[in-house]
Ligand binder design. Sequence first.
Ligand SMILES: *Cc1c(COP(=O)(O)O)cnc(C)c1O
Length: 399
Amino acid sequence: MSFDPVSDIQDYLVFGEYGDVNPSITDSSTYTFLSPKKMEELFDHEIEGCFLYSRHWNPINKDLSEALAKLEGAELAQVTSSGMAAISSAIFQLCSMGDEIISGHTIYGGTYAFFKNFLPRFGISVKFININDTDEVVKSISSRTKIIYCESVSNPLLEVADLPALSSVAKANNITLVVDNTFSPLTIAPIMHGADIAIHSLTKFINGTSDCVAGCVCGSSEFIHKLIDINRGASMLLGPVLDSHRAASILKNLHSLHLRIQQHCRNAMFLAENLEGLGIKVFYPGLKSHKHHERINQLRNPDFGYGGMLAIDLGTREIADKLMVRMQEEKVGYLAVSLGYFKTLFSSPSHSTSSEIPVEEQKEIGISEGLIRISVGLDHNIQRTFERIKKCLREVGYK
Ligand SMILES: *Cc1c(COP(=O)(O)O)cnc(C)c1O
């Protein structure tokens, strides 16, 4: 296989200052120069191995960024202090007053709120459409459209974007395709399917320990340089810099991502199949019953499964709420938002992560009040976990 991100990351050996096997953490906001001339040069253009100020670049953030670029098959990347910082910086870099964005409507709640409530204050408007309907995408394009925005695997119904189709529409119209790949690191590589920019909330699977918030933007070398341009870059000027200690810990966690993703995928597939076997409505792209099962088979990296996220629809809010409380008591996992943690996390999208979306719109999209989103953990004995869920289901009176 030509695209092998895990081996590329493993080949990326970074030495610490004294030959340390982990890169040194720079504990500095600013850097010394031997001559004023060199400092002046650096304001004009980047100089390899030369640092100015940590909001611009610092060594460990650069190391983590380079590893993340390899993960996505991008020329370059930049880490940010959160996933939302990555999204907002990229959008502000690409759009000016009067510009338009075409976005899928089943996107992360924070992104939806940013698009709907915040961007209009800057004269940037967003058309929310069904991103799976390529004709609708084409019809929505105007001369002001700058971005087509989607998530490779969407929240919470795990719909899979037709990235090659979206990419050809974008290219034909000189539009940038921006894809949030937070739900599917390693399983899908959007840039390999024609996306221009891939974004991650590192907070989730990539870091995997739910102990910090971080993000990244991956794209062409030209775009990343624009983003951090000292006088014009959205990231440089808005200032969402990731702390260097955090960059160091995320980089270490990144090196076990492939093992974790394999286990997340295996466990999620097991639960999806068995829950469906009980007659429950399950949304998981690895199931033949999922509407985008064929599509994900065309897009996914065959070294991995179908992701660690699944959703089940229990019909009513009452049963869903009761089940989540019981599952927490039975140590299935935590009733908490977020995802990609080593333990299982579950929440009801309708009343939490998707609550920014008006109820009427939620219904249209297919987000039911009885929906529970589950980020499946790294459980060693997933059969035992399934038995516990089954017990909880019986107790809350589901069938
Ligand atoms: C969590 C999340 C974000 C936002 O990331 P933060 O790190 O919380 O700022 C964006 N997109 C998706 C799909 C997410 O799950």
